[in-house]
Design a protein around this ligand. Structure first.
Ligand code: PRT
Ligand code: ZN
Length: 300
C-alpha cells in the first residue's frame, strides 16, 4: 500500500469553467479516480495521484505552499498570485510547465460607451474597477499612469453603472458581457489560457519520478490533440518539396514501394492540423494516395 506522503496531489478547480476540461485531461493521461462524498477530493485508483478540488484562486497558493505538487489553473490567476507575492517581497515557489489549450480569455481594460480613450494616459486620475488588482497595478506602473484601483470581487462590469468606477479591467472571452453592459474593450493586459504549474520544491526521488511521468503523459496528450499521421506516395524527385509542405513534421519516414524505382511511400507525424489546402498542395507536387489519420497516443 502507498504511504500517503508518496502520493502526488494535483489541484483542480472544483466547480467552474476549467473543471471538466481539467478532469478530462487527467483521465486522458490514464488516471482513473473516485470522487469523495464531500466532492472535495478525487482518489486516484490506478496511480498514487490524488486530485484536490478547490476554488481556482486558491490553486497557485496551494502549489506555492507545497500542499499540492501540480495545479491546473488560468494564467490570469497564476500571474496575479505571482505579482501579489512579488509585491509582498516573496518569490512564487511554482513554475509554469505547459499551456493546456483551454480556458482561453484575455484580461482587458474596457470603457463605457461615450467615454473617450486614446491611450493609457486617459486613465490618469480615473477609477478602475477590477478583481485583478496586482496585474492592473503592474500595468499602470509600466505605463506610468496614476489611477485609483477599486477592488470588486465579482460583477466588475456593473461598476461604472453604479458610479463606482470610470473604467473596468476584467476577463473577456466572447465580449458579450461587455457589450451587454455598454462597455467597449480598449486595451489587452494579458492573454490567458489554462496552464499547468509545478512546485519548485525538490521532491523525494519516487515522487519526482511520478511527477515526471505524469508530465510526460500530459505533454503527449496535448501534442496529439493537434497532431495527425499523414501517409502518401511520392515521386523520389519531389521528396524535398513534399517534405517541406508537411506542416510541423520532423524528418518523415521514407519507405520503398514494391515494384517501383521512382516512387516511395512517405509517413510523417504532423504536429499541426492538416488542412485541405495542404493536401491539395501535396497533390500538386506529385503526391498520391494521401491519407490523414488521427493519433491516439504519443510518447516522446
Ligand atoms: O469558484 P471559483 O473561484 O473557482 O470560480 P470563478 O468564478 O473565479 O472562475 P470561472 O469558473 O468563472 O473561471 C475560471 C477561469 O476560466 C478563469 O480564471 C479564466 O482563466 C478562465 N476564463 C475563460 C474565464 C472566462 N473565459 C470568462 N469569460 N473566466 C471568466 N470569464 C467571465 C468574465 O469574468 C466575465 O464576467 O466571463 C465574463 C465575460 O465573458 P464573455 O464571453 O461575455 O466575454
Ligand atoms: Zn475564482
Amino acid at each position: 500500500m502507498d504511504i500517503p506522503e508518496q502520493r502526488i496531489k494535483i489541484a483542480v478547480q472544483k466547480n467552474g469553467r476549467l473543471t471538466e476540461h481539467s478532469l478530462d485531461l487527467l483521465e486522458r493521461c490514464g488516471l482513473r479516480f473516485r470522487q469523495s462524498k464531500d466532492q472535495l477530493f478525487c482518489y486516484g485508483e490506478n496511480m498514487p495521484i490524488d486530485i484536490l478540488l478547490v476554488r481556482d484562486d486558491d490553486i497557485p497558493g496551494l502549489v506555492h505552499d507545497d500542499v499540492c505538487d501540480l495545479g491546473i489553473v488560468g494564467l490570469n490567476v497564476v500571474a496575479e498570485k505571482r505579482l501579489e507575492l512579488g509585491y509582498a517581497g516573496k518569490e512564487a515557489l511554482y513554475k509554469q510547465v505547459f499551456e493546456v489549450d483551454f480556458g482561453h480569455c484575455r484580461l482587458s481594460l474596457a470603457a463605457p460607451e461615450g467615454v473617450e480613450y486614446r491611450g493609457a494616459e486617459d486613465l490618469n486620475n480615473r477609477r478602475i474597477a477590477t478583481s485583478y488588482t496586482n496585474l492592473l497595478r503592474n500595468y499602470l506602473d509600466t505605463q506610468r499612469v496614476n489611477a485609483e484601483i477599486v477592488y470588486f470581487s465579482g460583477a466588475v462590469e456593473i461598476a461604472p453603472k453604479l458610479g463606482k468606477a470610470d473604467f473596468i479591467c476584467d476577463l473577456v472571452s466572447t465580449g458579450g458581457t461587455l457589450t451587454a453592459n455598454s462597455l467597449r474593450e480598449v486595451e489587452t493586459l494579458l492573454d490567458s489560457e489554462a496552464v499547468i504549474i509545478q512546485t519548485l520544491k525538490p521532491l523525494a526521488a519516487g515522487k519526482q519520478a511520478l511527477v515526471d511521468k505524469i508530465l510526460k503523459r500530459l505533454d503527449g496528450v496535448l501534442q496529439v490533440r493537434e497532431s495527425k499521421y499523414i501517409m502518401l506516395n511520392a515521386p523520389k524527385a519531389a521528396l524535398d518539396e513534399i517534405s517541406a509542405l508537411l506542416p510541423g513534421s520532423e524528418a518523415p519516414t521514407v519507405v520503398p514501394l514494391d515494384g517501383s524505382d521512382d516512387r516511395v511511400a512517405v509517413h510523417a507525424v504532423c504536429r499541426e492540423n492538416v488542412f485541405w489546402e495542404t493536401l491539395e498542395n501535396l497533390k500538386a507536387a506529385g503526391a498520391t494516395s494521401l491519407l490523414v489519420l488521427p493519433i491516439e497516443k504519443m510518447l516522446a
